[in-house]
Design a protein around this ligand. Structure first.
Ligand code: GZL
Length: 319
């Protein structure tokens, strides 16, 4: 008992000193898995943000399965946690379990992906503007290509996930007015390097060895890195024979950029938990409901942005 009191006092002091909330909360976090470098960084940063605030984080890795997330969320409800964070693997199928959390008055915050459930079933969603991310990627390609004909192949994220739906939408908006740029093939690579490479290999095979493919648009950098491997193994030069544009801005894409093998990426912060904890504290302290969407920044990086300097800077940020 004495040890627990000492620990709580230490957490209280630490959290007061660091100027964040003094409450020692227990938050359940249902994470999708560790399918990409970005996802792993989000997990690391979420644990760091909890530690900074003296929050007890109960972490559940769903290995990309929604049924595992729902099971974990029911477990958090049974344990009567103070709040639940969810990175929802897909956008549908959450209403029932969110209603159960609501009945127990446990606030839910969505991290990095959105869902199609009624908005009164969650407190807020901390995500980027994923349509905008796709548009930034598409706008970059439009500018890069000019009036040349360009056959694009697309590596989509996880089928049914909000980033896959929205990043596709944004990219298509960007190229809509440019009939010289066409998406010839589009398939999910499930946000992983392995699948990204496999699907790119099939695109290259289907397109007569790939020499007519002008660009690959990957919904995340991990699939782009897999595609780069496939392009090289086909005897083509990624970054020049086939332009490579993707999203996340993880360190490895900057290494590829420095070698001229990747061209552009749109940054996604892995720190969704910081804003989520701040919104939760404000809500628990004075019942001040946050906006339903807390938007994180998106920034384009290209080879002009000193990629190795960005690589070094990013290495310390949870990657
Ligand atoms: C987007 C996030 C995506 C990342 C991928 O907000 O959900 O999931 O872009 C990750 O790297 O797999």
């Amino acid at each position: 008992m004495k040890r627990a009191l000492a620990a709580a006092a230490a957490a209280l002091t630490l959290s007061l000193a660091s100027g964040v909330s003094a409450a020692s909360l227990t938050v359940g976090f249902s994470q999708i898995g560790s399918e990409s470098g970005w996802r792993a960084a989000e997990t690391t940063v979420t644990k760091q943000e909890a530690e900074k605030r003296g929050v007890t984080l109960k972490f559940a890795d769903a290995q990309q399965k929604q049924e595992n997330q729902i099971k974990a969320i029911r477990g958090f409800i049974a344990q009567k946690v103070d709040a639940i964070f969810i990175a929802p693997v897909v956008a549908t199928g959450w209403d029932a379990v969110l209603k159960e959390a609501k009945e127990e008055k446990i606030p839910v915050i969505l991290l990095d992906r959105d869902i199609e459930s009624p908005k009164d079933l969650y407190l807020t969603a901390v995500t980027s503007d994923q349509v905008f991310e796709g548009k930034v990627a598409g706008d970059w390609l439009v500018k890069e290509i000019g009036s040349k004909n360009c056959k694009v192949v697309e590596l989509q994220g996880t089928t049914g996930s909000s980033p896959a739906i929205n990043r596709k939408k944004g990219f298509e908006q960007a190229i809509a007015g440019h009939s010289n740029i066409k998406i010839a093939r589009s398939q999910t690579g499930d946000f992983t390097r392995t699948k990204g490479k496999e699907v790119m290999e099939s695109f290259i095979k289907a397109e007569g060895g790939g020499k007519d493919i002008c660009a690959v648009y990957a919904h995340n950098d991990d699939m782009a890195v897999g595609a780069i491997q496939a392009i090289k193994e086909a005897g083509l030069k990624p970054g020049s024979d086939i332009k490579v544009v993707s999203i996340d801005a993880v360190p490895d894409i900057f290494q590829a950029m420095a070698k001229g093998e990747a061209n552009a990426t749109v940054e996604l912060t892995p720190n969704m938990a910081g804003p989520a904890f701040e919104a939760l504290n404000a809500y628990l302290k004075d019942k001040k409901a946050p906006p339903k969407w807390i938007q994180t920044e998106s920034k384009l990086y290209t080879a002009k942005d000193d990629p190795m300097k960005v690589y070094e800077a990013k290495k310390g940020l949870g990657y």
